[in-house]
Structures are given as structure tokens and as C-alpha cells.
Ligand binder design. Structure first.
Ligand code: ADE
Length: 297
């Protein structure tokens, strides 16, 4: 499957001209949609994750389709030295970093009693410590001196997160960290906010049996699912002049799931929404596909 370049359906052309963004988890799903919206609006972008075989086709595909500057960079956000290397690369390559989007993260479905120490620590290390590492790296490499905007992608964990205790705890930690840094780092001209997506039809749907994620549309009062592009719009809103007076906030993009306890019945429209699941980058841009063994080791 291939897709063609398209203008932003929401923002004006050139909104982010001469801006530089770093997006972690930027090769697939929500992160790729965020990178793509930045690129559509004229920004230069570094996309980062642990998987070069996903980053390479995504960076080459976006660069070619939009005649843009998009660079891939391998980074494990659990390692502070990797985060420092990513930020140093972005500053060296593009001269600055205006926006950091902490989208890289991971979790797995499990009842709490079955999450072992290794699994718990891995999720906390990625989602919470990884975000912390990236914020500190961005501050030290650029933003303490020059300001900037940080957007942390969290989750709808406001009433706990049954089935994913680790991700609920780590994302709640990120929301609280965001509030603290918003106050402490205001003096540096750093604004930091969160976007909390509910159920989004993302590339991650490929990891579940077909239809599993789609069936979750009933869990919010709008009775639909979100798209990666909508989350990207939320991020770009916070980075745009619309976000000039915002810091320490979280935008919920969840179809109202976080405010609905289910006791007030909302009629079911009669089926899941017709939202396409985005392809993996190597399927979207097969001409740039690379051998995972060779690039990821
Ligand atoms: N996405 C998921 N896990 C990640 C990690 N450890 N580093 C960077 N991006 C990620």
C-alpha cells in the first residue's frame, strides 16, 4: 500500500517553516503521523526509535513525498546517552530543536498479578524514565538556553488502567512530571504539555487479532475511535501560536472515555467506524524497505 503526500487538513501551509522537531517513536503509527504533519507544515524533523528498519523507509518516504528534510536516528530512550546523542545530532544537523515530542513508549496487556518484575521495570523504564531522559537531554542540548516546546504523549489512564497497570502508573507519572517541569522550566522559555489519546486506530492494531481494537469503539460516548492524524493535530496545536499561553496542561483526545463511567447509556450507532489501520512504513514505502537483520543487527 502506498499513500501520496497531502496538505494538512487543518493548519495553514508553512506554519512550521524553519522549525525543527524531534519525534520519538516516530517511525510508526501516532509518531509517524505527528512527524508527517510537522513535515506538511514545513518543519525539519528527526524521527527516532530503536528500529532502523522502520525509521529508514519512513524518513526516506516523507523526505521524498514532501521534498522535506527528515532524518532517522536510532535511539533507545531508556539510555540517557542515546538521548544525548539524538539531541546532539538534531542540533548539529539542523542547528536547533524547537519541538520535542515524547511519543516513544510501550506496554503489554496483562493482569497486574501476572506482571513480573522485569516486565514492570521495562515499561516504567521506557515510558517514564525514557520521557525524563529525553526532557533532560533536550534541556541540556538546547532548550535551557533557547527555550522550546515539549509534548508528552500519554494515555487515558484517569480512572486507573485495568489490564495495563504499568502503563497507567508510568503515564500518570509523566503527567505529573509535566506539571512540575512546566513550572520549573518556565524561566527557560520551555513550555511542556501532554496529549492523552484514548483508543486510536494505529499501526499497533496489526499486533492484535483483526477487529480486536476496532471493537473498542463502544467504550466512549462518541462511539468511535480516534485517528493518528487527530493526535498529530493536538500536538501541532500545542506547538503552534494556539499553544503560546499553554504549559502544564493535558489535552484529552479520547471520545469522552475519560469522563464517562458507562452508567448513562449512550446508543450504539451499530458498528465500528470505518477507519483504515495505517500500514507499517516498509509497506507504505516498499521501495525504501531495508533488511531488518542488516540495519538492526
Ligand atoms: N519506542 C518504544 N520503546 C522505545 C525505546 N526504548 N526507545 C525509543 N523508542 C521506543
Amino acid at each position: 500500500m502506498t499513500t501520496s503526500p497531502s496538505p494538512s487538513q487543518l493548519y495553514r501551509d508553512g506554519l512550521f517553516e524553519d522549525r525543527v522537531a524531534v519525534v520519538t517513536g516516530g517511525a510508526t503509527g501516532i509518531g509517524l503521523a505527528i512527524a508527517e504533519e510537522f513535515v506538511r507544515l514545513g518543519a525539519k524533523v528527526v524521527i527516532a526509535s530503536r528500529k532502523m528498519h522502520r525509521l529508514i523507509p519512513a524518513a526516506k518516504g516523507l523526505s521524498r513525498d514532501y521534498d522535506a528534510e527528515v532524518e532517522p536516528f536510532r535511539c533507545n530512550i531508556r539510555e540517557r546517552s542515546d538521548c544525548d546523542a539524538l539531541m546532539a545530532f538534531a542540533v548539529e544537523r539542523f542547528g536547533k530543536v524547537d519541538f520535542l515530542v515524547n511519543n516513544g513508549g510501550g506496554q503489554f496487556l496483562s493482569p497486574a498479578e501476572n506482571i513480573n518484575e522485569k516486565g514492570w521495570k521495562a515499561v516504567i523504564d521506557t515510558n517514564l524514565n525514557g520521557t525524563w531522559n529525553m526532557c533532560k537531554a533536550a534541556g541540556e542540548a538546547w532548550m535551557y538556553k533557547n527555550g522550546g516546546r515539549i509534548v508528552n504523549i500519554v494515555a487515558d489512564m484517569w480512572r486507573g488502567f485495568p489490564g495495563m497497570a504499568h502503563t497507567g502508573a508510568s503515564r500518570a507519572g509523566v503527567v505529573n512530571l509535566t506539571m512540575t517541569l512546566a513550572v520549573e522550566w518556565a524561566k527557560y522559555g520551555i513550555q511542556i504539555n501532554c496529549v492523552a489519546p484514548g483508543t486510536i486506530l494505529s499501526t499497533g492494531a496489526h499486533n492484535y487479532p483483526p477487529g480486536t481494537l476496532e471493537s473498542m469503539y463502544v467504550a466512549n460516548p462518541l462511539k468511535t475511535m480516534g485517528t493518528c492524524e487527530q493526535v498529530a493535530w493536538g500536538v501541532c496545536f500545542l506547538c503552534s501560536p494556539a499553544g503560546d499561553f499553554m504549559t502544564g496542561a493535558t489535552i484529552n483526545m479520547d471520545g469522552g472515555a475519560s469522563v464517562w463511567n458507562g452508567r448513562w447509556p449512550v446508543p450504539d450507532p451499530g458498528g465500528p467506524p470505518d477507519i483504515p489501520v495505517p500500514p507499517w512504513p516498509e509497506d507504505r514505502w516498499p521501495e525504501f524497505a531495508v533488511d531488518p537483520e542488516e540495519v538492526d543487527g
